[in-house]
Write a protein of this length. Structure first.
Length: 270
């Protein structure tokens, strides 16, 4: 990881600016456009979800914001600084927790500290605090194989937060979990976000999940991914599953689903 650590501005200032991004891949000797003129902004401390059909470029967009690849055209900034390479101020949680089986839960959370060469003593205390925050107090010395899938993903979230990156990117983090665990993790990530004050960009195939979690939902078209619309969600927090029965919730889910082509069956969205 490289690049200066961007410092958050005042709450509500712009954290991320994606400005007219194109991504073109070379595939089988021809050019394939993955993203087309993508533009949006994310306020500091906001929770933003990105939804769209499979293959629309959601994960590619995450990699761009994280500095893991460069756009063909356009510019992305984090707190006003251009993103030009991998960043130490962006935490990432993937669909798979990717925990090292030979390291304890605490040592897995400490992995970015070891990679970045940061002070282990102070960050070890921080890691313990984060494990308590995500509900894993008492499991510090356990190994990944001793944890459930949801517990492993909580450890991955703690790992992404341990070096205090202001931006947390989450790429389908609950896609591999069963329905009941996924619902519980939705409540957990809402609680963790509120407690940590981080800016979150959350990628999901689930429209209902996006509406439940996010302040704003960015809807991408089929490939090449374009921003079809950005929906504001002003529902009060904390949100509860009973809120999903409210007319406002269902109206927003319906509007997004209709924008993407009706029932969602053809796109894999639900």
């Amino acid at each position: 990881m490289s690049g200066p650590i961007a410092q958050p501005a005042t709450r509500g200032a712009i954290a991320v600016t994606v400005d007219n991004i194109d991504v073109i891949f070379a595939r089988a000797g021809r050019a394939v456009q993955a993203l087309d003129r993508i533009s949006f902004q994310v306020a500091d401390g906001a929770f933003v979800a990105i939804v769209g059909p499979s293959g629309c470029g959601k994960s590619t967009l995450l990699k761009l914001v994280a500095g893991l690849r460069q756009p063909t055209k356009g510019r992305i900034t984090l707190y006003g600084r251009p993103i030009q390479g991998p960043r130490s101020d962006v935490g990432i949680v993937f669909q798979s927790p990717i925990l090292l089986p030979w390291r304890t839960v605490l040592d897995n959370v400490m992995l970015p500290i070891d990679v970045l060469g940061l002070d282990r003593v102070s960050h070890r205390a921080k890691a313990r605090e984060l494990l308590a925050l995500v509900g894993l107090a008492g499991f510090e010395d356990a190994y990944p194989q001793e944890l459930s899938g949801g517990m492993q993903q909580r450890a991955a979230i703690a790992r992404a937060l341990v070096y205090d990156a202001p931006l947390l990117m989450m790429d389908e983090p609950f896609g591999a979990l069963d329905a009941m665990t996924r619902e519980q993790m939705n409540l957990e990530v809402q609680r963790i976000w509120a407690a940590s004050g981080k800016t979150v960009i959350f990628i999901t195939h689930s429209i209902a999940e996006a509406v439940f979690l996010a302040d704003r939902v960015i809807v991408l078209s089929p490939r090449p991914g374009r921003v079809l619309s950005i929906f504001d969600n002003n529902a009060p927090r904390p949100r509860h599953f009973d809120d999903m029965a409210q007319p406002e919730f269902n109206r927003l889910v319906r509007d997004i689903r209709h924008l993407l082509g009706g029932s969602g069956a053809a796109t894999g969205l639900h």
